[in-house]
Design a protein. Structure first.
Length: 342
C-alpha cells in the first residue's frame, strides 16, 4: 500500500490529555478554534467513532527528491512552499490507501472469525490526536519540534489512522526519545515559535501564519518570514535525523507545476482563477487568494527589491482587498530602505 510502517495501539490518551488541555488554555492554538471545539473527540477516539477499540496508525514518506530547499530559501526571488504540499493532495492519497488496507484486513478477519468489524480511515481531516497515537504505537518519538521522528525515516512523512472495533493485538514497542542534547530546531526556527522542548506557540509558527491565519500578520513577525509563502520546514531541514532521510517513491507526491522553486513575481501576477488552477488537486486549498497575495507581498518586501518588484507591488494595490493592500504598503515601505528599491 506504500506505507513504510504500521502499528496498532489502544485508545487510552490520558497521559497526553493534560498537555493538550494546557496548550489550548495557554492560547497557543491561535485562531484554530476547531481544536477547542472537538477536544473531547480528539482525546477519546471512541467519542469520534463509537465502539473504537484499537487504532492502526501508519506513516508514508512524502519528501520529493532534489527539491533544493536551502537554495530556494536563500534565493529571495523565489517562494518557499512547504515540501509536503508540492505534490497531489495527501489527504486523498492516504485516505484511499488506508480504506483499501482496512477492507483487506476486514476481509481476512471476516474469513477467520466470521465477524464483520468496523473500520474508518482518517488523515489530518478529523479530530484525531495523530502524533500521540503514532508515538504510542511506536512509529517514532515526538521531537522537540513536536513532530514524530524516526531514526531511519527522519520526520518527512504523513500520518494516517484507521479506527476500528476489531480486537487487534497491540504493538508494544516504545521508541526512545533520541533528541538528546540537540536543540537545532529551536535555534533555527525563524520566529522562535518552539518556546520550549515539545511546546510550539502556533501563533508564531510560519506554517500557521501563512496557512491558518486569515487576517493581517503581526508586523514584528513579517521580516522573520523571509520568502516562506506556504508553510515552513526549517525545523525539519536542520534536524540531524533528517540528514539521510529517505525521499518518497510515490508518483502522487512528485512536484507539480514547478512549486518547488517558483518565482515570486510569477506567483504574485496570477489572477484568482489562475491561482486556483495552479493549486488544483494539491493540499494548498486551505489558503484563500487574499492570504496567498498577502504572503507573497511579505516575501517580496523581504527580498532585494528592484524596479520589477516595486512595479508589481504597486500594480496590485487596490485590486484584492484592504488587508492585502496593507501588506503591499508595508513591503513597499520596507523596500524603500533598500538601495535597489528602483
Ligand atoms: S515550521 Fe518553521 S516557524 Fe514553525 S516551528 Fe518549525 S521552524 Fe518554526
Ligand atoms: S533538531 Fe534536534 S532537538 Fe529538534 S527534533 Fe531534531 S533531533 Fe530533536
Amino acid at each position: 500500500m506504500g506505507f513504510q510502517k504500521l502499528a496498532v495501539t489502544d485508545i487510552d490518551l490520558s497521559t497526553h490529555a493534560p498537555h493538550v488541555r494546557q496548550w489550548l488554555d495557554d492560547g497557543f492554538a491561535g485562531e484554530m478554534g476547531y481544536l477547542h471545539r472537538n477536544l473531547e473527540k480528539r482525546l477519546h477516539p471512541d467519542q469520534l467513532e463509537p465502539g473504537t477499540y484499537r487504532v492502526i496508525t501508519a506513516r508514508m514518506n512524502y519528501l520529493p527528491a532534489d527539491t533544493q530547499p536551502i537554495e530556494v530559501l536563500e534565493n529571495s526571488n523565489k517562494g518557499y512552499i512547504s515540501r509536503y504540499a508540492l505534490g497531489r493532495d495527501y489527504h486523498k492519497v492516504l485516505r484511499r490507501r488506508l480504506a483499501k488496507l482496512a477492507s483487506q484486513i476486514n476481509a481476512l478477519l471476516t474469513e477467520e472469525q466470521s465477524v464483520d468489524y468496523q473500520f474508518r480511515a482518517f488523515t489530518d481531516s478529523a479530530p484525531v490526536l495523530e502524533k500521540a497515537l503514532a508515538e504510542k504505537g511506536g512509529l517514532g518519538w515526538m521531537g522537540k519540534h513536536t513532530l514524530i521522528l524516526d531514526k531511519e525515516a527522519g520526520s518527512w512523512f504523513f500520518l494516517g489512522e484507521i479506527y476500528t472495533n476489531a480486537p487487534l493485538a497491540i504493538d508494544q514497542t516504545i521508541v526512545e526519545d533520541a533528541c538528546g542534547k540537540c536543540s537545532a530546531c529551536m535555534t533555527v526556527c525563524p520566529t522562535q515559535a518552539i518556546i520550549s522542548p515539545k511546546k510550539l506557540d502556533a501563533t508564531r509558527c510560519i506554517s500557521y501564519l501563512t496557512i491558518e491565519h486569515k487576517d493581517s500578520i503581526d508586523e514584528a513577525l513579517r521580516p522573520l518570514m523571509g520568502n516562506r509563502i506556504y508553510g515552513c520546514d526549517d525545523c525539519q531541514l536542520f534536524c540531524p535525523w533528517n540528514r539521510d532521510a529517505p525521499t518518497t517513491t510515490e508518483p502522487d507526491f512528485a512536484v507539480r507545476n514547478g512549486l518547488d522553486q517558483p518565482e515570486l513575481l510569477d506567483l504574485f501576477a496570477l489572477s484568482e482563477a489562475q491561482f486556483r488552477l495552479l493549486i488544483q488537486g494539491s493540499a494548498m486549498g486551505r489558503v484563500s487568494y487574499p492570504q496567498w497575495q498577502r504572503n507573497i507581498a511579505i516575501a517580496l518586501g523581504n527580498g532585494a527589491g528592484g524596479k520589477d518588484v516595486v512595479n508589481a507591488l504597486t500594480h496590485k494595490l487596490g485590486r484584492v482587498n484592504p488587508m492585502v493592500d496593507e501588506h503591499i504598503s508595508w513591503a513597499l515601505e520596507r523596500l524603500k530602505g533598500n538601495a535597489t528599491f528602483l
